[in-house]
Design a protein around this ligand. Structure first.
Ligand code: ATP
Ligand code: MG
Length: 405
């Protein structure tokens, strides 16, 4: 029997969730690449302008050197063009190798001209690597050459900052998004917890009333004797089962009490119960290392629920034919491991990360909640761990539970 409502709910939930994730990821990459590209475009525009400005600077210098007769033009040119460069670092050399500079902050701390020359020389070496120097020729007013020089320059600090800006900006945004995502997912988990606990509590509460009435009736029929008492005995088994279910729901709906139990014994009883209810072609076995009782702090009804869920999944995976072997062992650091191995169809590698997610199922009539519940019980209520220890297609699967002793 197909359940269209269920299929619609779970499948759509899964597709939508992973679809949205991809869209967000792709959009983020587009935005990041786009902003880096745009800034690079701006950088190259500004770079071009700075180069033009330097060329103009060089030409002006050449002109000015021959125009000492006309102080008006001189001052205008000097003020408007040469002094207007407040950002691009330039160094001017003349034939004797003497260096003068503008916008080179490195020389500010120099204590004398010797040190200043040394610093500028170093800067010149670095500038040479990036841009070829612009040669200039000095002439006097009659056009007679009286010297040669070179202008060295590099890009302004503004340009350098602009180049790194998108990376810094994107890092800050990514960090912010990460923090926001963490906060949101925490609040989502808190909300889910509330739903789980609330629903379980309510279910236990609602089952409680008719159950106590049923129990009273069973006792009454037992006293009748004869055939009625026999029927009452059978009825009692179902009532007990209902009581167990109620106790599971009530345990998961509150902070459950953990008590010391011999888990070999508890597991043996769970298996005995299950064995009667599955195909006779499912063979159960249980071993413990070391042999004998192994005790751990558990909530009995929740622990039984875990064993039942894992064994039911194992039976499903084997189509009812095969063997389920359970090993209970003491491992390091006082921990106890419970390995449940089946000879079923195995779990594909790509699904391993999904089996514990709510809604993940490969079964026509599954809800994909069994393992979610198991993980909750083990990790939240017993501070233990559960994971797929190994799985091989068509060979079988081993789930491992780790508990504190
Ligand atoms: N022992 C196993 N061997 C192979 N696959 C498994 C095994 N246990 C779980 N799975 C896979 O993990 C899926 C999720 O299991 P889970 O118990 O959470 O849900 P379900 O069994 O499908 O439904 P239900 O809510 O009824 O338990 C299963 O549908 C199955 O594909
Ligand atoms: Mg299941």
């Amino acid at each position: 029997m197909n359940n269209p409502l269920k299929e619609a709910a779970t499948l759509q939930f899964y597709r939508r969730k992973s679809g949205v994730k991809w869209i967000v990821l792709i959009l983020s990459v587009i935005i990041a690449v786009g902003s880096i590209f745009y800034t690079n475009f701006l950088v190259s525009e500004i770079k071009e302008r700075e180069e033009k400005q330097i060329n103009l600077y060089a030409k002006t210098l050449e002109q000015v050197s021959g125009q000492f007769l006309n102080p008006d033009i001189n001052y205008f040119v000097l003020d408007e063009i040469i002094s207007s460069n407040n950002t691009i670092p330039v160094i001017l050399t003349n034939e004797d190798g003497h260096l003068t500079s503008k916008n080179v902050p490195e020389v500010e701390g120099a204590k004398d001209d010797i040190e200043r020359q040394r610093i500028l020389q170093k800067e010149v070496e670095e500038m040479k690597e990036v841009y070829a120097p612009i040669p200039i020729t000095f002439r006097d007013e009659s056009g007679q050459v009286y010297g040669y020089g070179n202008i060295y320059y590099r890009n302004s600090i503004l340009l350098t900052r602009l180049r790194y800006y998108p990376y810094i900006q994107l890092t800050v945004i990514a960090l912010f998004a990460l923090i926001a995502y963490t906060i949101f997912s925490y609040s989502r988990i808190a909300e889910q917890n509330q739903v789980w606990v609330g629903l379980a509590k309510e279910t236990a509460h609602q089952l409680g009333t008719p159950l106590s009435s049923l129990m009273a009736w069973v006792e009454y029929f037992k006293l009748e004797g004869g055939e009625t008492a026999e029927i009452a005995e059978e009825l009692k088994k179902d009532v007990d089962r209902l009581e167990m279910i109620t106790s599971r729901f009530s345990s998961i709906g509150s902070i459950p009490q953990l008590k010391n139990y011999d888990i070999v014994d508890v597991t043996t009883k769970s298996i005995a119960y299950l064995e009667k209810r599955v195909s006779t072609r499912t063979i159960f076995s249980l071993e413990s290392f070391p042999e004998g009782a192994i005790s751990a702090n558990i909530n009995k009804s929740l622990f039984e629920w875990v064993i039942e869920n894992l064994c039911k999944n194992a039976v499903d995976a084997m189509g009812g034919i095969g063997s389920i072997s359970i090993k209970i062992l003491k491992v390091n650091e006082g921990r106890i491991a419970i390995d449940i191995t089946d000879t079923g169809k195995g779990i594909p590698k790509k699904s391993l990360s999904k089996v514990f997610s709510p809604g993940y199922t490969t079964k026509k009539r599954g809800w994909g909640l069994g393992l979610t519940l198991v993980k909750r019980i083990i990790e939240n209520y017993h501070t233990g761990k559960i994971y797929v220890k190994s799985s091989e297609i068509d060979k079988g699967t081993t789930f491992r539970i780790l508990l504190n002793a």
